[in-house]
Design a protein around this ligand. Structure first.
Ligand SMILES: [Zn+2]
Length: 318
């Protein structure tokens, strides 16, 4: 029986309950957070309060989608999980290069060393958070990652991103952990998926993020879904991209086209979206508002609960 590695240890995928596949709950400063106030949320008590609200609403697990040296603090995630009762699954891998200062090792390590590092975060333990980004800590925490995060810019898996993506995909293939791919509105996702497939990652272990930031072009969604991978839809309650009506139209289309079983719903939270930081909606928004809205619109119970339960479970289980 496959197990999901949470920061508190292995969990049976069937016990994940309501899981949001792409969230951010606590973030240490990075060059990106210097430029964007919405990415500043490193107050332990506020993050804990947010998780407790989520737990009260029925949220039992989530993936923290921030990898090493991009603001992730595995020790804080472990304490937050323990004190809130929410199973937090940490990510290894890499994010967009803007998250890392120029002197960070992420820019320089070779593919084999990156792959070994990601694999050791999945199998042994996370690198601890390090205030000096040029320094790569040698001693790992006793907290493991349960998923590999990767990212491609709008240009696709080119230059340094190709090396990073190959390393991440190999680590996912070697360990059986899922790989979650940040994209810019789904652009060039197919090219990145090809890199993952050729490294040996099976489609049912892959998640493409943020395709729903372009609700206007459903063909992009159909093309990604036809590869047999999961789609993370997290552009709920984000009017700067589109209305929730358009998000619901995308979900209707997925249902009609037969890929609702490949949709995972999340919120990709930032300080701007977390209530405990004065944000607009809260980590519990899907549970309290959006899923009930889908039920009102006639989505069946099995479909609605599948977005955060059965589909997530299958991703980790398969
Ligand atoms: Zn994210």
């Amino acid at each position: 029986m496959p197990q999901v590695q949470s920061v508190l240890g292995p969990v049976d995928p069937g016990a994940l309950g309501h899981c949001q596949i792409h969230e951010h709950i606590f973030l240490r400063p990075t060059p990106m957070t210097e430029r964007n106030a919405a990415l500043r949320f490193d107050d332990f008590d506020r993050s804990l309060a947010e998780l407790r609200r989520y737990r009260e609403a029925g949220g039992t697990s989530l993936v923290d989608a921030q990898p090493a040296a991009a603001g992730r603090d595995g020790g804080a995630l472990e304490r937050l999980s323990r004190e809130s009762g929410v199973a937090v699954i940490a990510s290894t891998g890499y994010h967009l290069l803007d998250f890392y200062p120029e002197d960070c090792w992420v820019h320089r390590l070779e593919e084999d060393a990156l792959c070994a590092l990601y694999q050791s975060e999945l199998e042994t333990g996370l690198l601890p958070w390090e205030a000096d980004p040029s320094h790569r800590p040698e001693t790992a925490l006793a907290v493991r990652a349960g998923l590999v995060k990767a990212a491609i810019p709008a240009e696709g898996p080119v230059g340094r991103y190709k090396t990073l993506l190959r390393a991440a995909a190999r680590a996912a293939a070697n360990t059986g952990a899922p790989l979650m791919l940040h994209t810019e509105r789904g652009l060039r996702a197919q090219e990145a998926l090809e890199v993952c497939f050729s490294a040996g990652v099976r489609p049912e272990k892959l998640v493409v993020c943020h395709a729903d930031r372009q609700a206007g072009d459903p063909a992009v969604h159909d093309a990604i879904a036809s590869a047999g991978v999961y789609l993370d839809y997290d552009t709920v309650a984000r009017p700067k991209y589109h209305s929730d009506e358009e998000e619901i139209a995308l979900l209707c289309r997925a249902l009609e086209r037969g890929y609702a079983g490949r949709i995972l719903l999340a919120l990709d939270t930032t300080a701007q979206r977390l209530c405990a930081y004065g944000g607009e909606i809260g980590l519990d928004h899907l549970l309290r508002r959006f899923l009930p809205l889908l039920r009102q619109r006639g989505f069946g119970e099995e479909t609605v609960s599948g977005f955060n339960r059965a589909n997530c479970q299958r991703l980790f289980d398969g």
